[in-house]
Design a protein around this ligand. Structure first.
Ligand SMILES: [Zn+2]
Ligand SMILES: [Zn+2]
Length: 441
């Protein structure tokens, strides 16, 4: 700070370089000081090179530090507020990479004090005493730069913009369930209304696939399922069946083939892979011969026969050479790998009860003898002519609505009626459940 030689030269308007070219004896009068003052400056022991204010004398810094933290007292004559505590901790012998000052505990007191400069002159200085707590430095503490980075990240986030057909994620299958068409049955407008509903369903399914694809779903496979009871039969299922059905057996079976054929013709060529999965059912047991009991065996199934007929119709046609058929012999449970997800299917006429309780009891039994029954991540069943879906933990169960015209008997007995429709969903490994986007068409 104060150097009488430099100050004197400035006061007298003498250039320092000119004075320094002279011996101290000649330079001293130019600054109005004694020779020894010039010599002290030239020897570097004057106050020019010293801090402006001396460190306070007689005040002791202290640190108390245990394993979980501590506190310190620190004195300084520097009037600037402390911004970087690392230097202070280092001066106090505390490792700033392991410890940090808890900023909200910092207390500071200031006072003015007379201090003696090194040249012996006296001056008044402001002194500061800081007290604060020290805590272990946390690696996971959120810093200002962390917050800034998060802000940049969040503000820059955009919804993905995907163009269908280009890099659109995990492949999935669209599964279309044709359940309980009961073709030939007179209820709800009979055959004509059922046919119209099925063609409406085909159109709605096609539009739904379009929406899913436009939304970015990578649907590469189509699975059409015959979930059972594709036709009503003429006799043996209930009293009055012969009196009420609109078509004979030949007419009913041709009706089913026409409908399935239309679905196959319009839909399979739109997909890279195709499956047709068929299950056995009660209404198409061919061995009843009009009686209440099947007189041949479970394999004697009209539904399975129609699936085999469709297979023969499509065979050898290049637009269908990618379609794989799964048709049981006499097994009630049918299994299919659908886009990597194990799926179990049956008609449901061997399952007790009408809801999740019955299904769960049935599945618990199946799992004892049929490993695949337990492994199936999705179960699709039908027969009860109303839509239900239940989560059993190891599997999600879909009970399909019927495609028929409803049941006067059910409505009279219970007051309930169920909506006709076609259940579709996406199945694949795109979703932890193995399925997504179920739709009632
Ligand atoms: Zn049925
Ligand atoms: Zn049935």
């Amino acid at each position: 700070m104060y150097c009488p030689y430099i100050t004197g030269l400035e006061t007298n308007g003498v250039d320092l370089a000119d004075a320094e070219a002279l011996p101290s004896r000649a330079a001293a009068p130019l600054a109005g000081v004694g020779k020894s003052t010039v010599n002290r400056h030239r020897a570097g022991i004057c106050t020019c090179g010293q801090p402006e204010t001396p460190e306070p004398i007689g005040r002791r810094d202290s640190v108390e530090l245990g394993e979980s933290g501590g506190s310190f007292v620190y004195h300084t004559a520097d009037p600037e507020p402390i911004k970087n505590w690392d230097d202070v901790l280092t001066k106090l012998g505390v490792d700033p990479s392991a410890w940090a000052v808890v900023s909200k505990t910092v207390k500071v007191s200031r006072w003015e004090q007379s201090a003696r400069a090194k040249d012996g002159s006296r001056d008044r200085v402001w002194l500061s005493a800081y007290r604060a707590q020290i805590a272990p430095k946390r690696d996971d503490a959120v810093t200002d730069s962390d917050i800034e980075a998060a802000r940049t990240r969040i503000q820059g986030w955009q919804l993905p913009r995907r163009i269908p057909g280009t890099g659109i994620g995990a492949p999935v299958a669209a599964v279309l369930n044709l359940a309980d068409i009961q073709g030939g049955k007179d209820a709800g407008g009979g055959v004509a209304a059922t046919e119209q509903r099925l063609y409406d369903g085909l159109e709605n399914f096609n539009a739904w696939v379009g929406r899913q694809r436009a939304g970015g779903r990578n649907i590469e496979e189509l699975v059409i399922v015959n979930n059972g009871d594709p036709y009503e039969g003429c006799a043996g299922n209930y009293d009055g069946q012969l009196f009420s059905v609109e078509l004979n057996l030949r007419g009913q079976m041709n009706f089913v083939l026409d409908v399935w054929g239309a679905y196959a013709r319009e839909l399979y060529p739109q997909f890279d892979k195709g499956q047709f999965v068929s299950v056995l059912c009660n209404h198409s047991e061919m061995g009843r011969f009009g009686g209440r009991k099947n007189q041949t065996n479970d394999a004697d199934s009209g539904g399975a026969f129609l699936a085999e007929s469709l297979q023969r119709i499509l065979q050898g046609r290049p637009e269908f050479d990618h379609v794989k058929f799964t048709i049981p012999n006499d097994e009630m449970n049918v299994y299919a790998d659908i886009s990597g997800v194990p799926v179990g299917l049956n008609h449901g006429h061997k399952i007790p009860g009408n809801d999740a309780t019955g299904f769960e009891k049935w599945l618990n039994g199946q799992a004892r003898g049929d490993r695949k029954a337990w492994e199936a991540k999705v179960w699709i069943t039908a027969h009860r002519h109303n839509f239900q879906c239940f989560d059993l933990g190891s599997t999600t169960v879909f009970q399909c609505p019927s495609a028929d015209g409803g049941s006067k008997w059910l409505r009279d007995m219970t007051g309930k009626f169920s909506r006709s429709g076609i259940l579709a969903m996406l199945i694949g490994q795109h979703d932890p459940l193995g399925w997504s986007d179920p739709v009632f068409l």
